[in-house]
Design a protein around this ligand. Structure first.
Ligand code: TZP
Ligand code: MG
Length: 213
């Protein structure tokens, strides 16, 4: 895909900790059917071989639905499976290095919790920013939450899309109204859903409506 066509409206981030491989793949497929616009494969503590095997399997699905796949943390895995891009956080390889390795055509996403980090990531070549955690989450160890006002400041400070993440679901996402983000990223709200397609559809409708306000 062309980097400029990046659509972060509803960004599914996976979590294998409560899934078998089969149920993870099924959930990703249902989420694609439900309208997620971007998928990130997020595998923690996996060796490169296992990560890459899973990436190929997930990409087979996301390709069928024309949904770009982003690989968390690992540039090598992203390049090896020809994913659309990579997402790097503060303890991963720096954005500028990821950009250099990924080349000019791939997506590089970065985590930013402050305006300073957001500006630096933008200057170093990031295409989008993940901002959070907005709410407490059981998916990741988060010590400090990111205020919606900080999200707003980040959206005003950089021209690239910002995506809100962390504990977000249909019941609490209204807090994002007016913040200026370009989308919302969720793990549990889709990965733990009984009907991931339905949840994705609902979240998509709600985030589109909320951003249009
Ligand atoms: N980065 C900040 S919060 C988070 C990540 C990967 C986890 C979000 O997961 P959930 O289940 O949507 O709260
Ligand atoms: Mg990371």
């Amino acid at each position: 895909m062309d980097r400029k066509d990046l659509d972060v409206t509803l960004y599914l981030v996976t979590d294998s900790s409560y899934h078998t491989e089969e149920s993870l793949l099924r959930t990703v497929e249902e989420a694609c059917k439900g309208g997620v616009t971007l998928v990130q494969l997020r595998e923690k503590n996996k060796g490169g071989r296992e990560y890459l095997d899973k990436a190929f399997k997930v990409k087979e699905i996301t390709d069928r639905y024309n949904v770009p796949l982003i690989i968390d943390d690992r540039v090598d895995v992203a390049l090896a499976c020809d994913a659309a891009g990579v997402h790097v956080g503060a303890s991963d390889i720096p954005v500028a290095v990821a950009r250099k390795l990924m080349g000019p055509d791939k997506i590089v996403g970065a985590t930013a919790k402050t305006v300073e980090a957001a500006v630096k990531a933008y200057e170093d070549g990031a295409d989008y920013l993940g901002v959070g955690a907005i709410y407490p989450t059981t998916t990741k160890v988060v010590t400090i939450l990111t205020k919606v006002s900080t999200l707003k400041d980040i959206c005003e400070a950089v021209p690239i899309p910002a995506v809100a993440i962390g504990g977000l679901n249909a019941g609490n996402m209204d807090v994002l109204e007016g913040a200026g983000m370009s989308g919302m990223a969720v793990v549990s709200a889709i990965m733990k859903a009984e009907d991931p397609k339905k949840n994705a559809q609902e979240l998509k409708e709600r985030i589109v409506a909320l951003m249009g306000k």
